[in-house]
Design a protein around this ligand. Structure first.
Ligand code: ADP
Ligand code: ZN
Ligand code: ZN
Length: 660
């Protein structure tokens, strides 16, 4: 009798044995099965076949073969196994995450015709590649097997053009290409650019905005080799692609490639594993590569390709700091900033004022007694949203009406403190009453439709001043935008997270890169109390390498990644003491293992200690050696899974954590 070892969506790091009802034709590895489990049934994937089981034959229940899905290919199974091993997450849960929900439940999506089959293919116009682009394309296409490229190109240098040409060559060879992009906001633009470029080619997109049926169809199209290009956010790294020949990760530094719950994977890192597994090239593109990536390129592990010049614009925008210590600001804006906006208005050009804080003000306070608007579920303040008269928690979503008097002392004169995009918008409306002002943040662009409408307005020349958060920082090309003003960025210079400067630098470089992308020269003005800070100096010089090298030297001295490898064990419970107690137990289990190359820090409460009424603590584990860390984690997890924990306690492991 054949025993099927099945991966099931349960939080246990093991497989489950079943026997097959009836005869099987050949191997069943990779097939979906329906099995009895506990009181109910579950769907799972056959991972192994064995001749015997540890369970007595009579106790083995039988599995039913499901026909909605062809066998998942061996390399897809190996990819899931890699993630289970590396992130120490149960294989069945990795697969449940990687499979579209419909298919995983044994359902078959209705087949529809691909939409562009009947359309008349538009005739795409091709630019001639610049010499730098041509060199990059040649290098990528010249790869004979696994090779990781860092395409380091300034904003507007034509990186996308390089990807598209490399993809074109891959399609000509009969291959499939996978292109990963950051979260949803950018995909519609890119989708139309790609479809226009490859008329008649079956392009599928995969992101969280794609409906279940479409997602299942895309998965099948990729698996059966009908789709030649898969374009999508981090999730699409799990698309099965039998003829995969090239992977592109655009904006590879972007934080959205790391998932922050469940399977805490980095799609960029998984993509690199996948390229190695398939022995194919992978291109990581960015204007501000992650320091890890830059470090690997410097050491020769990755091949660096440079696009130092903009493709269309004559020059990079000029970057200038405005020293705000020496003047009184008017509604948070300096005289220079106000007159620079005024000049753009006079010339009919666009300005973008970047403030990465949404809402009207970060807190509402009572000057009489010191009351401030706290979230009752989190260790955080409620943000004042005047636009819809609410106080809102940006961590848990709690909403309350704005009190008309202080809840503690009855004072009627409550005051907003600090400034968010709504307040900035209001003061700009007052100062420039005839200008068309558009605020763009997650509140004004709360749905994909609203976001598309806002973008269309900007493109149709329907806005003079944009006020926005980082939503606007990425990828967009607004030809008339010639001024980017940055306000309120200083706080991030001194944040506690060692990655904060890296994030700030890349954010400012990206948002500054929106300025002067076409034929009009661009300017970036940064209001700051620290005009001589090295981070701002590097921005002024457009010198990513100087900034990166300085940061890397600091990290090396401090023993931070990429010079060390980390994992975080996090626990949460109604009371912080319970969370800390579990982490204490975890330390004891770790010490039993006696791993000499591993550094265990003390369990500490998280910075945002309470979230949604649960209190959180974490424990950092670090090693100079990735294999040593992985080895240790494997033994440690086995022990932790065996621990009895109180029902209300939850814990998880985050390998290569990005946020602390
Ligand atoms: P990036 O991805 O580096 O920000 P894009 O690929 O979006 O840059 O290119 C920026 C702009 O330059 C786009 O409008 C693009 O059409 C144009 N462009 C890119 N390469 C060329 C080229 N070789 N000749 C002319 N225009 C180009
Ligand atoms: Zn009060
Ligand atoms: Zn809250």
């Amino acid at each position: 009798m054949t025993i099927l070892q099945v991966a099931l969506d349960v939080p246990l790091p093991r497989l489950f044995d079943y026997r097959l009802t009836g005869e099987s034709q050949g191997s069943l590895i990779g097939r979906l099965v329906k099995v009895p489990f506990g009181q109910g049934v579950k769907f799972g994937v056959v991972v192994n076949e064995a001749a015997t089981s540890d369970h007595p034959d009579a106790k083995l229940k039988s599995a039913e073969l499901i026909d909605n899905l062809p066998a998942l290919p061996a390399d897809w199974l190996a990819l899931c196994q890699f993630c289970a091993r590396y992130y120490h997450y149960p294989l069945g849960q990795v697969m449940a995450f990687a499979l579209p929900p419909l298919l995983r439940k044994g359902k078959t999506p209705r087949i529809t015709k691909p939409k562009h089959e009947s359309a008349v293919p538009p005739a795409p116009t091709f630019n001639t590649a610049t010499p730098d682009q041509a060199a990059a394309i040649d290098a990528i296409l010249g790869a004979t097997g696994f090779q990781t490229f860092l395409l380091h190109g300034v904003t507007g240098s034509g990186k996308t053009e390089v990807y598209l040409r490399a993809i074109a060559a891959v399609l000509e060879r009969g291959g499939q290409a996978l292109m990963l992009v950051p979260e949803i906001a950018l995909t519609p633009q890119l989708e139309s650019r790609v479809s226009a470029r490859f008329p008649g080619t079956h392009v599928v997109s995969a992101h969280s905005g794609v409906a279940d049926a479409a997602r299942a169809r895309a998965f099948l199209a990729a698996l059966e080799g009908r789709a030649a290009i898969v374009l999508g956010t981090r999730l699409s790294v799990f698309m099965p692609l039998p003829r995969l020949q090239l992977i592109v990760v655009d904006e590879e530094h972007d934080a959205s490639f790391k998932q922050q719950d469940g399977l805490r994977y980095s799609a960029r890192d998984v993509a690199i594993f996948r390229a190695r597994q398939r022995d194919i090239p992978i291109v990581l593109g960015s204007a501000t590569p992650a320091l890890e990536t830059f470090h690997h390129a410097a050491s020769g592990r990755y091949t660096k390709l440079d696009l130092p010049l903009r493709a269309v614009a004559a020059a990079m925008p000029t970057v200038t700091t405005i020293d705000t210590r020496k003047q009184k600001l008017q509604d948070g804006l300096s005289a220079e900033m106000i007159s620079a906006i005024g000049e753009r208005l006079g010339r009919g050009e666009q300005s973008l004022i970047f403030l990465n804080r949404r809402g009207y003000a970060p807190v509402l306070a009572c000057p009489a007694c010191g009351w401030i608007s706290h979230c009752r579920r989190c260790a955080a303040n409620l943000v004042l949203h005047l636009a819809d008269r609410r106080l809102r928690c940006h961590h848990c979503g709690l909403e309350v009406m704005i009190p008309h008097a202080c809840p503690d002392c009855g004072n009627l004169d409550l005051q907003p403190f600090g400034r968010g995009t709504q307040r900035l918008e209001a003061s700009l409306v007052e100062r420039f009453p005839t200008a068309r002002i558009l605020r763009i943040d997650r509140d004004s662009a709360s749905s994909p439709q609203k976001w598309q409408t806002l973008l269309a307005t900007i493109h149709a020349d329907g806005a003079d001043i944009l006020v926005g958060t980082q939503m606007l920082a990425k990828g967009h090309d607004f030809p008339k935008l010639t001024l980017v003003g940055v306000v309120g960025a200083d706080a991030a210079l001194f944040a506690a997270d060692f990655r904060a400067p890296e994030r700030l630098f890349s954010q400012l470089m990206q948002v500054g890169g929106r300025s002067g992308r076409a034929h009009l020269p661009g300017a970036v003005l940064i209001q700051t109390e620290y005009p001589d800070h090295p981070l701002y100096r590097a921005l002024i010089d457009h010198d990513y390498a100087a900034f990166a090298n300085e940061q890397l030297a600091e990290r090396q001295a401090a023993g931070f990644p990429p010079f060390a490898f980390q994992a975080l064990l996090r626990a949460e419970a109604p009371e912080i003491a319970q969370a800390l107690e579990f982490l204490g137990t975890a330390v004891a289990r770790a010490e039993e293992l006696g791993a000499p190359d591993i550094m265990l820090y003390d369990p500490v409460p998280m910075r945002l200690v309470r979230l949604k009424n649960r209190e959180r603590a974490q424990l950092l584990v670090e090693s100079r050696s990735r294999p040593a860390l992985q080895n240790f984690l494997a033994g440690w997890m086995t022990r932790l899974y065996a621990c009895k924990t109180p029902r209300e306690l939850r814990w998880h492991l985050d390998v290569d954590p990005q946020e602390f």
